[in-house]
Ligand binder design. Structure first.
Ligand code: NAD
Length: 489
């Protein structure tokens, strides 16, 4: 791969739409524009529309108007639109990956992987669109029949975070379109460009105006508040922090909205002494360093059997310390910048807190000087119980390693968190693998692998990581209601 030129970068930024997309039309935002920054330089890439609350309501008006036709639209045709968009994303993967790297910072190779992952949700739900069914049953007393049918829930609000700018969108947009729902999408203000491109690609793929409406805004609360309070909205699907998720649940309670909440995580990564240590270190690299550590599924705490903890930490530190840090567009870069100054400040504070309480940095531990929000890949050992990074989501390239004595201790430590999204377990013992997987209080478990994400699998958490599932056979159910008809026969 050769380094990308400035004019190539300019070309993909110029090609992205910058306006709001409402009712099949591109229009300016009533609040002017907001700036999109390149986190590797801190400089502005471009301006996109800044929506007002009235713009957001106009987007809901369009979704409501398009609703009845779209609910009746032949499922095969809904699926074919998704399928065409899947193909177009695959065709334009290089351009989309570059755009994503520019707005979010991750290395090009990782952006490319996200583009593939994101597109796969569209292919998966293109196939699911024609599998929506109901059932017909004889009532237990033999009199009458029970008929059930699945129907779209209606207009949805889909709010997405910045860390996976496209995939967090397609995980919602794909099943919503397949189910026959119309929607208003609000991407994170830091990374609106990938979703704006998705809207354009869906438009070109034949999605009727009003089915998907997109608003970008610098003030999410003020813009989304009136929309959430509008009784015409039926569902809110949110991916983001637990803190904001809680607020949105409160707001959604007035109208008893259907909710899907994909929230924060604090993933434990457990390595038993019988594990294949090479595989565990490799898995740890993926679970920790993918997406610069800015993933809800990122390993946040490493619990390693006392018998191998020293060796594991040493080997992990060697690998992590050798990773090339830099702008995601440059050759061989493996670790990009954090998303902004506030995120880097948070990571720095957590590391300083742990070091101040007695942890040791085997590698890294500091911010990088110069432009952009870079933080040195870090491995910490001797991390004390009261270090804040054991309970808070780090969201950065920092791996705290702790030892444990036996299985019970490892499971208890892993479960000692308010979060419950994912856990990773490395062991060669099949019985132990399944026993521990059953005992872990999480929605997902990675067994001898450092990544669980797969469009064909139900992604989601328990406890304060939220509820609802995205992907898999379960994904479309989030956008369907079951109606029961009692048949007198
Ligand atoms: P965030 O909660 O700050 O923001 C998420 C989205 O919500 C953004 O679009 C933001 O503009 C919007 N938002 C913020 N306040 C709002 C309000 N008052 N009303 C309406 N919308 C509002 O999260 P973030 O910093 O963008 O993303 C990182 C978080 O997302 C992490 O906690 C991470 O774990 C979580 N996440 C979870 C999953 C999952 O599937 N469980 C996936 C990716 C990220």
């Amino acid at each position: 791969m050769s380094t990308i030129t400035a004019s190539e970068e300019q070309r993909v930024v110029d090609a992205a739409p910058k306006q709001l997309y409402i009712g099949g039309e591109w229009r300016d935002g009533s609040h002017g524009t907001l700036s999109v920054e390149d986190p590797s330089t801190g400089e502005s890439l471009c301006e996109v529309a800044d929506a007002s609350p009235e713009d957001a309501i106009a987007a809901l008006d369009a979704a409501v108007a398009a609703g009845p036709e779209w609910a009746q639209h032949p499922p095969r045709e809904r699926g074919e639109i998704l399928r065409r968009a899947f193909e177009e994303i695959a065709r334009r993967a290089d351009e989309l990956a570059l755009l994503m790297t520019l707005e979010m910072g991750k290395p090009l190779k990782e952006s490319k992987a996200e583009i593939t992952y994101a597109a796969e949700f569209l292919r998966w739900f293109a196939e699911e669109a024609v599998r929506i069914d109901g059932r017909y049953a004889v009532a237990p007393n033999g009199q009458g029949r029970l008929l059930t049918m699945k129907q779209p829930v209606g207009p949805c609000l889909l709010i997405t975070p910045w860390n996976f700018p496209l995939a967090m969108g397609t995980r919602k947009v794909g099943p919503a379109i397949a189910a026959g729902c119309t929607m208003v999408v609000k991407p994170a203000q830091q990374t609106p460009l990938s979703m704006l491109m998705l809207a354009k690609i869906l438009e070109e793929a034949g999605l009727p105006g009003g089915v998907l409406n997109l608003v970008t805004s610098h003030s999410s609360g003020a813009t989304m508040g009136p929309l959430i309070a509008d009784p015409r909205l039926r569902k809110l699907s949110f991916t983001g922090s637990t803190e904001v998720g809680r607020k949105l649940m409160e707001q959604a309670s007035d109208n008893l909205l259907r909710l899907s909440m994909e929230l924060g995580g604090n993933a434990p990564f457990i390595v038993f002494d019988d594990a294949d240590l090479d595989a565990a270190v490799q898995g740890a690299l993926i679970a920790k360093m993918r997406n610069i550590g800015e993933a809800c599924t990122a390993a946040n705490r490493f619990y390693v059997s006392d018998r191998v903890a020293g060796e594991f930490a040493q080997r992990l530190a060697e690998k992590i310390g050798a990773m090339k840090v830099g702008r995601g567009t440059e050759d061989d870069v493996e670790v990009g910048p954090l998303i902004d100054a506030s995120q880097r400040g948070k990571v720095s504070e957590l590391v300083q807190d742990a070091l101040g309480k007695g942890a040791r940095a085997l590698v890294g531990g500091t911010e990088r000087d110069g432009a952009g929000y870079f933080f040195d890949p870090t491995v910490l050992t001797d991390v004390p119980d009261d270090a804040n990074l054991l309970t808070e989501e780090i969201f950065g390239p920092v791996a705290p390693v702790r030892g444990f004595d036996d299985e019970d201790e490892a499971v208890a430590a892993a479960n000692d968190t308010e979060y419950g999204l994912v856990a990773y377990v490395f062991t060669r013992d099949v019985k132990r693998a399944l026993r521990v997987a059953e005992r872990l209080e999480t929605g997902m478990v990675g067994l001898n692998q450092g990544m669980v994400s797969n469009p064909a699998a139900p992604f989601g958490g328990i406890k304060q990581s939220g509820f609802g599932r995205e992907g898999g056979r379960e994904g479309i159910d989030e956008y369907l209601e079951t109606k029961y008809v009692a048949v007198n026969l």
